[in-house]
Design a protein around this ligand. Structure first.
Ligand code: HEM
Length: 456
């Protein structure tokens, strides 16, 4: 199945950066070492040309790149494929049993409690925060000489948005503390993940986890202070996420969230909502500099809608091409490039027998670049998203009951920030400074996204 129209470009066209996939298997020890550097080194070449790759390394695993089977795992049979405990282990010290990691009834009521904040009406009420952050990001670029690391700029921008939406400015966790702690935590704790996924026994040291513990303690203390402050604060509209969680109760039991549950959820939102959106924006900017004809077309659209003012909620539906760029950026560089599940019941995925206990890897990076699913999968072409795309061929936000809760929020934010920046600046690639896509928990541009920024 090919889910988007072919394209009339020569075969020798330039391609944007990609993860270098080894042509031969690396062997166990070398493989684990390579995966510590970049979790996507777990992918063999055939994951980009086959629908399912099965094997056994310590335990049975299946990598699923087939849209039909992905629908089964994520939606139709979701209850038989819970999030795998091993791959969540590195997040649990920080996120506890919050929405992101919880399962069953505990997950369900927390999801219901958090949902109103992402309802379209509330989303519109929250957009001024995004417009303000976009304005601030554009302002920080004024008068900058020489290349700028747009990845750092986008991290800061996305953090401002999620912190303001979660806590409201007066009672927030001091942003620099939270930002630093989350950033360092993700950079260190994430590295243990491959050992966990492979279930390498705990006697193999995970030194980074020790470093993680002190940071986690800092984060938890800061979150506790924010919760205390919100409990005491006067309520305001639109309600910050933390207020909605404080007010929420389980419809079945009437129970409210404990301080610990509030903290787990607050941190889940900060972690889930901050880096991912920054990555979508950073990779979009990299690609705009990679293909300036795309950038020019997007700028024309942004200028026609905005002039040079910052984008607002009602502009978003008119910024269709800017949105297509972000969608294409998340196809080539899905921020959550791979998630995993554990099968709890026997099943068949195409011709594969799945046994209870098998690890099911969902490498969205390989799905999005799989030749059975996409034409010229490694090429950058935002026009792929001009029409409809098969729902299960493109999964940057996952799907089914555990689909990203912040999907609409993240897209709204990304369109507002990217359109605002493109209306005011031209971004040019810096030769020899291409980012390296490395998955450490999320798919990051290692080395940063360094671009020349030219005011218009
Ligand atoms: C471009 C930005 C984002 C991307 C690519 C992204 C991606 C994802 C993915 C793939 C999942 C599903 C994981 C799985 O099935 O194992 C997920 C879940 C989640 N995301 Fe996002 N996300 C983004 C932004 C956000 C934002 C802004 C928020 C909150 C403000 C958020 C909150 C969540 C939460 C709470 C979950 C867990 C939902 C559940 O398990 O019920 N995300 N995200």
């Amino acid at each position: 199945m090919v889910s988007q129209k072919p394209h009339n470009v020569t075969a020798r066209e330039r391609l944007p950066v990609a993860v270098p996939i080894a042509s031969k298997p690396r062997g166990f020890v070398k493989g684990v070492m390579a995966m510590q550097r970049n979790a996507l080194f777990v992918l063999p070449r055939i994951a980009f040309t086959q629908p399912i790759v099965s094997g056994k390394v310590v335990r049975r695993f299946h990598m699923v790149m087939d849209p039909e089977s992905l629908k089964r795992v994520l939606k139709d049979k979701a209850a038989d494929y819970p999030k795998s405990e091993e791959s969540q282990a590195m997040l649990r010290p920080a996120l506890g049993n919050g929405l992101f990691l919880a399962e069953g009834a505990h997950w369900r009521w927390q999801r219901r409690a958090a949902m109103p904040v992402f309802a379209p009406r509330n989303l519109t009420a929250l957009t001024p925060v995004m417009t303000e952050a976009a304005e601030a990001a554009a302002g920080r670029l004024v008068g900058r000489r020489g290349p700028v690391d747009l990845y750092q700029e986008m991290l800061r921008t996305a953090f401002e948005v999620i912190a303001a939406v979660s806590m409201s400015a007066d009672t927030a966790i001091p942003r620099d503390i939270a930002h630093r702690a989350i950033d360092r935590y993700l950079a260190t704790a994430g590295r243990a993940s491959v050992l966990d996924i492979l279930q390498v026994p705990n006697v193999v040291p995970r030194p980074t986890r020790i470093l993680g513990a002190a940071l986690v303690a800092d984060l938890k203390r800061a979150a506790d202070r924010a919760i205390e402050a919100r409990r005491a604060a006067v309520r305001e509209e639109p309600k910050p996420l933390l207020d909605l969680l404080i007010e929420a109760s389980d419809p079945e039991t009437g129970r409210e969230m404990t301080n610990e549950e509030l903290r787990d959820n607050l941190l889940s939102f900060l972690v889930a909502g901050h880096e991912t959106t920054a990555l979508a924006l950073s990779w979009s900017l990299y690609l705009c500099a990679f293909d300036e004809s795309v950038q020019d077309r997007a700028r024309e659209e942004a200028r026609a809608v905005l002039g040079t003012r910052a984008a607002e909620a009602e502009d978003v539906p008119k910024l269709g091409y800017v949105r297509q760029i972000i969608e294409e950026a998340m196809r080539l560089y899905p921020p959550a490039a791979m998630v995993s599940r554990t099968a709890t019941a026997p099943d068949m995925l195409r011709d594969r027998e799945i046994r209870a206990g098998d690890l099911v890897l969902l490498p969205f990076y390989a799905l999005h670049r799989n030749t059975c699913v996409w034409d010229r999968p490694d090429a950058f072409d935002p026009d792929r998203f001009a029409g409809d795309v098969d729902r299960y061929a493109y999964l940057p936000f996952g799907a089914g009951p555990r689909v990203c809760l912040g999907m609409g929020f993240a897209m709204q934010e990304a369109v507002i920030v990217l359109a605002t920046l493109l209306a005011r600046y031209r971004f040019r690639a810096v030769p020899g400074k291409e980012p390296d896509p490395v998955m450490i928990l999320s798919l990051r541009p290692d080395g940063g996204v360094w671009l020349e920024v030219e005011p218009l």
